[in-house]
Design a protein around this ligand. Structure first.
Ligand code: KIV
Ligand code: ZN
Length: 389
């Protein structure tokens, strides 16, 4: 099995903060960044220094607060943005900049009104300028996923010549299929002079619900860095959820043959902190970090789980720092899980008593969706009361 390692670039504090309604202050950004460092993230995008004085301060404070990850600021391909990024990060332990300029025909025509030649000259100049200050320069052709492949190759060659360290290809509008996205990286690898000098990076959005699948397809095509956010927050439908990518690589390690340097047991805590600070609720059925990700309700599943966890769980909750597996009692639950729950609550009954209580429990599930421990205790205490009369 190959021992290739994929680097994780977290943009919760930049693309994630672009989620409608989310606004993180300096202290919140620092707290999240410190947790991302604990999680083992290698690159943290702390914000967009040129966008506001507050964000510049947040980028500066994150750059000073964390010591292992590279901290980058986003910057348009213009000197004034690169200067703002450097001003914010010159005191950082590991400073970097992430420069972008759109390249797709739609963006060239409607947004930028620029020719291909103008774009090539601007990206080359911006990367060259940034290299005067920053040891780490990443370039992204925005809407790279909808850019003509031959033009994307030209852009790649120009930024590589100018000294870029990372070339990220964003599927900015979450439009591509996994196969199409992976093929872009295969094409770049076989058509761009000097491609081996840069790290290739994937950045996917979730407009069609394919951000994680696309990111994994890019890994199969050989990228060395993946970008995304915690809980998948971000513009519109969000970004690739890094916890999903990490757990796909860990759970299917023999298939992907790729390592990460993440501390997987920090995933749940990171998810909770991001949810609390951003005010973005994590749905119960969210993969890996949702409250129901390790909960089982139906009798058949619960019976399987009581016999062996591998029957219905492909990863263990403790691996990602989630509380234990939960067998949730509801109308689909069976006698086996019901008895097990009563034992956990400290009750021991014979088969006949269990049969009677189970019948009353099923009646209750027709009236009440969620059965809490207190409901079971009342049910049992009523029964004990009946017996005593
Ligand atoms: O999705 C995108 O294109 C971006 C760029 C700024 C890299 O977030
Ligand atoms: Zn993005």
């Amino acid at each position: 099995m190959s021992s290739r390692t994929v680097q994780f670039f977290d943009t919760t504090l930049r693309d994630g903060e672009q989620s409608p309604g989310v606004n993180l202050n300096v202290e919140e950004k620092v707290e999240i960044a410190l947790q991302l460092e604990k999680l083992g993230i290698q690159v943290i995008e702390a914000g967009f220094a040129a966008s506001s004085a507050g964000d510049r301060e947040a980028v500066r404070r994150v750059g000073e607060a964390v010591h292992t990850p590279i901290v980058v600021s986003l910057a348009r391909a213009v000197d004034v943005d690169i200067d703002a990024a450097w001003d914010a990060l010159k005191t950082a332990t590991n400073p970097g900049v992430h420069i972008f300029l759109a390249t797709s025909p739609i963006h060239r025509q409607y947004k930028l009104n620029m020719t291909k030649e103008e774009i090539l000259n601007q990206v080359e100049a911006a990367v060259r300028y940034a290299k005067r200050f920053f040891p780490h320069v990443e370039f992204s052709p925005e809407d790279g996923g909808r850019t003509e492949l031959d033009f994307l190759c030209q852009v790649a060659e120009r930024v590589i010549e100018a000294g870029a360290d990372v070339l990220n290809i964003p599927d900015t509008v979450g439009y591509l299929s996994p196969q199409e996205y992976g093929n872009i990286f295969r094409h770049l690898k076989s058509h761009v002079n000097g491609i081996e000098k840069v790290k290739l990076s994937a950045h996917c959005h979730d407009d069609l619900g394919m951000a994680t699948a696309n990111t994994l397809a890019a890994i199969e095509a050989g990228v060395e860095q993946v970008e995304g956010t915690i809980n998948g927050i971000g513009e519109r439908a969000g970004n690739a959820a890094l916890e999903e990518v990490a757990m796909a690589l860990a759970t299917r390690s023999t298939y992907y043959g790729v390592k990460t340097n993440l501390q997987l047991a920090e995933i749940a805590r990171t998810s909770r902190i991001v949810s609390k600070m951003t005010g973005m609720f994590v749905p119960g059925n969210k993969a890996v970090v949702g409250a129901n990700a390790f909960a089982h309700e139906s009798g058949i599943h619960q019976d399987g789980m009581l016999k062996h966890a591998s029957t219905y769980e492909i990863m263990r909750p403790e691996t990602v720092g989630q509380a234990d597996t939960r067998l949730v009692l509801g109308k689909h639950s069976g006698r086996h899980a019901f008895r097990d729950k009563l034992v956990q609550l400290g009750y021991a009954f014979n088969d006949q008593q269990i049969n009677h209580l189970f019948h009353r429990f099923k009646e209750l599930t027709d009236r009440k969706k969620l059965i809490e421990d207190d409901d079971l205790v009342s049910l049992v205490e009523e029964r004990i009361g009946d017996e005593e009369e």
